[in-house]
Design a protein around this ligand. Structure first.
Ligand code: PMP
Length: 309
């Protein structure tokens, strides 16, 4: 089979059972390995969903400039789509996210504007958003997908990622956990899983220094892509049953273990998710199934503490 372009090959990522990271009395953990998605992250799905919905609704034309504030992967996904579909794309990012992200966005032919992160990721993301909205006010050709507010972000995970997981798993899914960036993943997949089994337990996962849902102070942390220091508009706060907090060290250590013990070369927030999934697996116990997401590849973290051990 021949694809007309790389975007047609997006999705359909493997669901993999962890072999060496669960105790003998624990639930099994199944991980959705998004590092092998097109664009090497889960965010290609949402970038495609938001842009194709806007195309259908007539919100963008060939002269449109796509401008998006993002802590990284959404920008890479949009830059990739801009390359394939021929849209000029400008990505506005905190200067605290990994250098690899900037380089990848530029390599896809998009432009990068950096906003200084002075120690509060929430303030910085807000400034990225304000900059994008100012550009939209000044230029009517600018389209800002607004991933934190865009319901197509949730829809994609509900209709696509969530259903993919349900069709791949050969058993009841008893638990699901996910870190929150825009909240699209947890809200969309959570809804799909709870529809299939209302008893599925869902945990939101927060970085220690951005545990805003837990009422904690927001600072800086290394779990890029989650814990952006704001409560996103599309996050359904009713979808999760509990919240668990993961430290930077635990996230890094778990991501390193995923590579060394399971051959799963994934990013820091994958470590966050699996650290939480292990707690859930211990709590639910043998015979149960916990699912979580590995959102991106380790290869965009060479310049970060992930590779410093
Ligand atoms: N991990 C990484 C590496 C990400 O880029 C994102 C997306 N921001 C997430 C997790 C969280 O996904 P979501 O935005 O759907 O909450």
């Amino acid at each position: 089979m021949i694809y007309e372009n790389i975007l047609e090959a997006a999705g359909n990522t493997p669901l993999i059972r962890l072999q060496h990271m669960t105790g003998k009395d624990d639930a099994q953990i199944l991980v959705k390995f998004e590092a092998v998605n097109v664009g090497a992250s889960i965010k290609t799905r949402t970038a495609l969903g938001m842009i194709e919905a806007a195309e259908k609704e007539g919100k963008i034309t060939k002269d449109t400039v796509i401008v998006e504030p993002t802590s990284g992967n959404q920008g890479i996904g949009l830059a990739l789509i801009g390359a394939v579909k021929g849209y000029r794309t400008i990505i506005i990012m905190p200067d605290s996210v990994s250098e690899e992200r900037r380089k990848l966005v530029r390599q896809y032919g998009a432009e990068v504007r950096l906003i200084h992160d002075a120690g509060n990721i929430g303030d910085c993301i807000q400034e990225c958003l304000n900059t994008a909205l100012r550009m939209a006010e000044e230029n009517p050709n600018v389209f800002v997908p607004q991933q934190f507010e865009n319901e197509n972000n949730v829809r994609v995970h509900y209709e696509w990622t969530g259903r993919e997981i349900l069709s791949q798993a050969d058993c009841t899914i008893d638990g699901f956990c996910s870190g929150i960036g825009t909240g699209g993943t947890i809200t969309g997949i959570g809804k799909a899983l709870k529809e299939a089994n209302p008893d599925t337990v869902i945990w939101a996962v927060e970085p220690e220094h951005a545990a805003i849902l837990s009422g904690k102070e927001v600072g800086t942390h290394v779990q890029m892509g989650i814990g952006d220091g704001l409560i996103p508009g599309i996050l359904d706060q009713e979808i999760y049953d509990d919240i668990t907090i993961v430290t930077d060290e635990e996230a890094l250590q778990t991501a390193r273990e995923l590579a060394a013990k399971e051959g799963l070369m994934c990013g820091i927030s994958s470590g966050t998710n699996v650290a939480a999934a292990r707690r859930m697996a211990a709590q639910l116990g043998k015979g149960k199934t916990v699912v979580t997401i590995l959102p991106d590849t380790a290869e965009r973290y060479f310049s970060t503490p992930l590779f410093e051990a």
